[in-house]
Design a protein around this ligand. Sequence first.
Ligand SMILES: Cc1cc2nc3c(=O)[nH]c(=O)nc-3n(C[C@H](O)[C@H](O)[C@H](O)COP(=O)(O)OP(=O)(O)OC[C@H]3O[C@@H](n4cnc5c(N)ncnc54)[C@H](O)[C@@H]3O)c2cc1C
Length: 386
Amino acid sequence: MSADLHFDPIRLPPECEALRAQVRAFLAEEIAAGTFDPHEPGRGDSHNRAFSRRVGAKGWIGMTWPKRYGGHERSQLERYVVTEEFRVANAPAQLHFIADRQSGPILLKYAPEHIKHDILPRICRGELCFVIGMSEPGSGSDLFAAKAKATKVGGGWRINGSKIWTTSAHVADYMLGLFRTSPPTRENRRHGLTQFLVDMKTKGITVNPIYQMTGQRGFNEVVFDDAFVPDDHVMGEIDGAWKQATSELAYERSGPERFLETFSLLPELIRALGPEPDLRGAEGLGRLVAQLHTLRRMSVAVAGMLQAGQEPTVEGSIVKDLGTIWEQKLPERVRGLAAFTAPEITNRTTLERQLAFATVLAPKLTIQGGTTEILRGIIARGLGLR
Ligand SMILES: Cc1cc2nc3c(=O)[nH]c(=O)nc-3n(C[C@H](O)[C@H](O)[C@H](O)COP(=O)(O)OP(=O)(O)OC[C@H]3O[C@@H](n4cnc5c(N)ncnc54)[C@H](O)[C@@H]3O)c2cc1C
């Protein structure tokens, strides 16, 4: 095994627990005010501009970014706590979440100074929704086969082609998209892609809905027809986006949101089993909780590595692989354990509704953000096995 693989046993420091109490109090107020229902399946994936602005006002977006760009210079571990509490409460954070998790860090690294000063403070205030424009018809796992093209013209670039599975594009303000600016070379098939910041209001962009099995409009097809992007919206090196993509994926893959999308099933199961579960129920529940605890420790360890300025690509991939498989199996395991509970348990309706939702949601978990097979390829390479 490679000596480079680390899951340091990090504990969340005391300031994180003080923050956790503040986040819980805020979410309890929002629930009491009717902003969202923590028991309503899928709420965590919905967009609520007013809510995102209130989260921004609390200082919980762009938490780790420099103050000069509107950030709060807090730690990755504090950000971890906020993400975890929002997911567990099923809070509607989707509007700002992608910008907070990965688009902002990309802008911090690669955007020109005037763009950083313009956009990052607006993300921190919860005003902007970002989307990831990577996948295309025919180019998902193999990102570097992307064909949607950016052609150089006076003052900028013209974009033609399409992106697919673009989460939140129907409400988005900006996309960070990968577009082909040159053909690949014989020596490097990953050469020739450039990352652009695209204003979604640009003329020539059409967003077509794609519905998920849950019935939600989670993602979209985005079609570009001669859409103009100015020169200062090029992020990083022209033709060299492959050098940038890996760090984005480390942010995208390791967080607690990767295994907490249907977390609310677990407290419902605990309610259903009651204070004195039989041996089968206690054993099954104990197993699920122990596994979740381990996943959480691993995910916190990755947050610690991000805090230390490292790029934990392999560790992040392991968390996503194990976490999504755990969550994908959760509905089946909860259904099995709840099957022997008394028919008159008080939360039967809520449990059944959440189980039905989690069952149709589950297949996507091991596809979004990199499939199981792709993650295992990355892990194998990281361990020196291929
Ligand atoms: C809910 C959801 C949200 C998404 N949101 C976004 C988004 O916002 N932006 C975005 O850009 N994309 C998004 N995606 C797309 C996602 O990233 C792709 O679906 C994913 O990368 C897989 O690509 P694909 O669908 O083209 O499948 P393919 O790449 O065609 O894969 C098909 C199958 O072949 C396997 N496979 C492919 N290559 C290999 C290989 N080299 N070795 C072994 N097996 C292989 C895969 O594991 C998979 O099982 C989203 C997807 C989902 C499900």
